[in-house]
Ligand binder design. Structure first.
Ligand SMILES: CC(C)(COP(=O)(O)OP(=O)(O)OC[C@H]1O[C@@H](n2cnc3c(N)ncnc32)[C@H](O)[C@@H]1OP(=O)(O)O)[C@@H](O)C(=O)NCCC(=O)NCCS
Length: 168
């Protein structure tokens, strides 16, 4: 029997291509039909392997979840950007490859990201999700988040509501 190891760790530059792939597949899956097609494609294309290699080297922390050698997902974390919210930490993004969704890996990555922010001394946590992304809303509510604020993000003249979930 093969034992698959699940490892959550800081991304390294060698992970850049795999993360770019996860980003592309997860964003297509989550946002097709929500974000206008042209905008979505250009948002995806902007973030190729070079963009990710650069993001990994810079301050923003990129975490990956690796299953038996495959990068199944990533999260990016750092300081909360919304001044009106008092939580100090933020998960900017959390995405899994479609074939790895729905089996608990997102929850594992979320908990690891939350712990990492606390280790950095950041108290409280915020995550924003598009209101139309019902899976994400169910996921954050299921992981104990309270939805406390709303905002709007404009994509190619299409205004989409977003919801902030917080953990104190
Ligand atoms: C959202 C995402 C990170 C969740 O990770 P996951 O590994 O699929 O979720 P888990 O298996 O850990 O599920 C945890 C809980 O979330 C909720 N949930 C997850 N996927 C769901 C779905 N497709 N529909 C409804 N609820 C869902 C459930 O409440 C689940 O609890 P349960 O195990 O008691 O049923 C992942 O599905 C993903 O990457 N989706 C596409 C990208 C995305 O939307 N990212 C978030 C952007 S803000």
């Amino acid at each position: 029997m093969n034992t698959l190891t699940i490892d959550i760790r800081k991304a390294e530059p060698r992970d850049a291509s795999a993360i770019a792939e996860v980003h592309q597949e997860a964003w297509r899956g989550a946002y097709s039909g929500i974000i206008p097609h042209r905008t979505l494609i250009s948002m995806i294309n902007r973030r190729g392997p070079d963009w990710w290699a650069n993001a990994i080297r810079r301050a923003a922390t990129v975490l990956v979840i690796e299953i038996g050698g495959t990068i199944a997902g990533y999260a990016t974390i750092g300081k909360n950007r919304a001044r009106e919210l008092r939580q100090q930490g933020e998960i900017y993004e959390l995405y899994l490859r479609p074939e790895y969704q729905g089996i608990g890996l997102g929850s594992r990555l979320f908990k690891a990201a939350k712990a990492r922010l606390a280790d950095h001394g950041l108290r409280g946590l915020v995550v924003w999700a598009l209101e139309d992304n019902q899976n994400a809303l169910a996921f954050y509510a299921g992981n104990g988040g309270r939805d406390i604020a709303e905002g709007v993000e404009v994509f190619e003249q299409k205004a989409l509501k977003k919801v902030a979930f917080v953990w104190n």
